[in-house]
Write a protein that binds this ligand. Structure first.
Ligand code: DGP
Length: 114
């Protein structure tokens, strides 16, 4: 499958990984829009939020729980922003589900909005 995030999850393309376990991987966005800009992905290929099944709920929940820990550990202890772009209307560019985690020591400005 020609999916760039599957290749990152498989270690075929390098990324600045900040966390991984059996199911999830988190790495720094190649084009950061904030002092902290991470992407959390499921290692298993899921195209987008629009293709989630009811049984994927716990996995999505784990991504949200992980976001708070990674933000705090990586320089954004006082809050953060999560964004999940979905489909054409959501201007999703990479069709492997991912959660943007944006933050920094200071409040985000509007350029960090999507
Ligand atoms: P989205 O528009 O939500 O699909 O954003 C995709 C993000 O993925 C975008 O912010 C840039 C990032 N990205 C794309 N290719 C790579 C890559 O090869 N490595 C890393 N680290 N990030 C990537």
């Amino acid at each position: 499958m020609n999916c760039i995030f599957c290749k990152i999850a498989a270690g075929e393309i390098p990324a600045q990984t900040v966390y991984q376990d059996d199911d999830l991987l988190a790495f720094r966005d190649i084009h950061p829009r904030a002092p902290l800009h991470l992407l959390i992905i499921p290692k298993r290929h899921i195209e987008s939020m629009a293709s989630l099944l009811p049984e994927d709920g716990p996995l999505m929940g784990r991504m949200m729980v992980l976001a708070q820990h990674l933000a705090a550990q990586n320089g954004s202890p006082d809050g953060f922003r999560t964004v999940v772009n979905t489909g054409r209307v959501g201007r999703q560019e990479v069709y492997h589900l991912h959660m943007h985690v944006l933050g920094g020591p200071e409040p985000l400005d509007s350029s960090a909005a999507f």
